[in-house]
Design a protein around this ligand. Structure first.
Ligand SMILES: [Cu+2]
Length: 130
């Protein structure tokens, strides 16, 4: 009999502690969801420089770049996934460019050079050489 009453006394605070743990767990979950949009807006602090194209957020940035003949363009993959820089007319092709990797190509002649990502063909852009 003594054992049963002792067990009840320790069991109730045990439930209260479990309830507190569950509440604090659900609170931390919701605060994380609240913080996600804030961390997204701070991503990508510096943009591409002159003669430079970023592959960022499943897009070429800038999508249209104008340079003088003889200019070397540098593409840098800022995404976490691989992309390609593939010329529409097979003038250049980076192959799969991993995250953080760069590719360069020198445009000798004036013209409009369309290119795309072979992995994600909806990603298209143009280099205009004057
Ligand atoms: Cu891609």
């Amino acid at each position: 009999m003594k054992n049963i009453t002792n067990h009840k006394r320790t069991f109730l605070p045990g439930i209260a502690l479990l309830a507190i743990l569950m509440i604090s767990f659900s609170c931390s979950k919701s605060s994380n969801a609240y913080m996600n949009p804030a961390t997204n807006t701070t991503g990508g602090s510096t943009g591409p420089g002159a003669n430079e194209v970023f592959i960022q957020g499943m897009a070429f940035v800038p999508a249209i770049i104008s340079v003088a003949a003889g200019t070397t363009i540098t593409w840098t993959n800022k995404d976490a996934i691989g992309h390609t820089i593939t010329s529409n007319d097979n003038l250049f092709n980076s192959g799969t460019l991993g995250s953080g990797k760069s590719f360069t190509f020198t445009f000798a002649k004036a013209g409009s050079y369309g290119y795309y990502c072979a992995i994600h063909p909806t990603m298209t852009a143009t280099v205009t050489v004057n």
